[in-house]
Design a protein around this ligand. Structure first.
Ligand code: HEM
Length: 467
């Protein structure tokens, strides 16, 4: 029986019998975002823990290449379907079979590459400038504001601008005009918990009310923008730089007419807007929570930007290797991770042997929660829960070699963007849009905290710095 097959893997008693254990914990972890859940679990059960009748969570970073590497190419588990609407089955994140995934990824992967991204930088600058202008007005009027919300607006507007050449308009209006922030919050709860009970997700999606396509006005805005752009799109040569992702998608239509249908292009754009704004919004929240409660860190970062003689909005080239800025953002990446969702894969015929020596039989859901490796005390030290940009910077007295090795270990014990063929396709875009905006607004403003921050509530008074 299933129970007996995994009886050699330790775990909470209830989890042997029901998925309700992980359902509950996943929901609770979204609520207590940023908490280290892996520490208590591994202290009690070790690095390989049975968290459901047929699900095993693996916390040993050495297992990451085995589970996610291209050598084994394990397929994704059904839990991923909870991340997409009922009618969408060809979104990259939810293509469970590897072959199916390659078919849909191949025509679009170039659009997300570093070389394609160079052409997007002016679009990012436009949106960064829009945010800086809104913040300048608030600084002048001396009103206090929630900087976390404004960065969330930026996250939506910038990804929308890069996807189809037009922002959603949240920064311009200063309002969540489509109710996206609320929708994103409820979707996060839904996906975190329903991914643990895929049968319930399937059932709910059969019920009419869950089959609605979501927020009507938003869907209409997105589809009419895409439609209009596709009608008036110039014909690009395949090597020619293109201003945004939609231009790449449209030009791939010629070479891959069966895959890049108008519907698939709409799916790609829609999932970009969601996947591309959700994690960044958590990252911004962490960054500004940290910087506003630590004025000395704000000073250090500002001093680094001044020394680099940054001109605002900063260029990507100018700031991509500033060590303290890099440390601030890497800490937010490491600590922002939400949820208990193991990036689940299905063990292949013949099962899977883990580096720890554990054998997992075939057909078992196995994986690591993306946030867990960043909380590894043996790699990051006993202060893992602290936001400490300095841990990414060379220490006084530390040799070059020792620093490189220490950093490499931290990078290897990290699953923020996933690993292997299913890793985040938007990582380069995420880096550029996040580094540029953080550097620009810390360069232009000083933030004074007006009350103790809470999740997604970082209320500040802004002071414009002297040029
Ligand atoms: C801080 C920012 C971000 C983080 C931490 C993040 C994290 C992740 C993770 C963990 C995965 C899934 C890996 C797996 O299932 O094994 C993923 C997939 C994905 N992300 Fe991101 N992401 C970020 C930003 C973005 C952005 C800006 C975009 C769009 C431009 C994006 C688009 C996607 C897509 C389309 C997938 C599915 C890829 C595939 O299966 O081929 N993400 N991301």
């Amino acid at each position: 029986s299933r129970k007996a097959r995994l009886s050699h893997i330790p775990g909470p008693l209830l989890a042997r019998y029901t998925d309700l254990w992980r359902f509950y914990h996943s929901w609770r972890l979204v609520k207590n975002e940023g908490k280290d859940f892996s520490g208590p679990l591994t202290r009690e059960y070790g690095d390989v823990v049975r968290i459901g009748p047929n699900t095993v969570a693996v916390f040993d970073p050495a297992a990451i290449p085995i589970i996610y590497g291209t050598a084994n190419r394990l397929e994704k588990g059904e839990g991923y379907m909870a991340f997409v609407p009922a009618t969408v089955t060809t979104s990259l994140i939810a293509c469970l079979a590897e072959e199916e995934h390659s078919k849909y990824k191949k025509p679009v992967s170039h659009a997300y590459s570093l070389s394609a991204q160079r052409a997007y930088e002016p679009n990012v600058d436009r949106v960064v400038t829009q945010l800086a202008t809104a913040l300048t007005q608030m600084a002048e009027s001396k009103e206090s504001t929630n900087i976390s919300t404004w960065c969330h607006y930026y996250a939506f507007d910038v990804i929308s601008e890069l996807t189809f050449g037009q922002p959603l308009g949240l920064l311009e209006t200063g309002k969540d005009i489509y109710g996206m922030l609320k929708l994103q919050k409820s979707s996060t709860y839904y996906a975190a918990s329903m991914s643990q009970l895929p049968w319930l997700d399937r059932l709910l999606k059969r019920i009419a009310i869950f089959r609605r396509k979501g927020n009507g006005r938003f869907v209409e805005f997105v589809s009419s923008t895409i439609h209009r752009r596709l009608q008036s799109m110039p014909k690009y040569q395949s090597e020619e730089p293109k201003p945004d992702l939609l231009a790449h998608f449209a030009s791939a239509q010629e070479r891959y007419p069966d895959v890049m249908t108008p519907r698939q292009i709409a799916i790609l754009c829609g999932s970009n807007l969601f996947a591309g704004s959700q994690s960044p919004s958590y990252v911004f929240d962490k960054i500004f929570n940290f910087l506003t409660t630590n004025p000395s860190a704000q000073k250090t970062l500002h001093a680094e930007l001044s020394k680099a003689q940054c001109i605002y909005p900063v260029s990507w080239q100018q700031i991509r290797s500033l060590p303290y800025l890099d440390g601030v953002i890497r800490e937010a990446y490491r600590l922002h991770n939400i949820g208990f969702f193991v990036l689940e894969r299905i063990t292949p015929i013949g099962g899977l042997e883990l580096p720890s020596g554990h054998y997992i039989p075939a057909g078992v859901r196995v994986g690591t929660p993306s946030g867990a490796p960043g909380f590894r005390q043996s790699v990051y030290g006993s202060d893992v829960t602290e936001f400490m940009p300095e841990r990414w910077v060379q220490r006084p007295g530390e040799s070059e070699d020792a620093y490189i090795n220490r950093k490499k270990r931290m990078e290897q014990s990290n699953l923020t963007f996933g690993y292997g063929s299913r890793a985040c396709i938007g990582k380069n875009i995420a880096n550029m849009t996040i580094y540029k905006v953080v550097a620009t607004i810390v360069g232009l403003f000083e933030f004074e905290l007006v009350r103790k921050p809470a999740p997604f509530q970082v209320n500040v008074k802004l002071h414009k710095r002297q040029p």
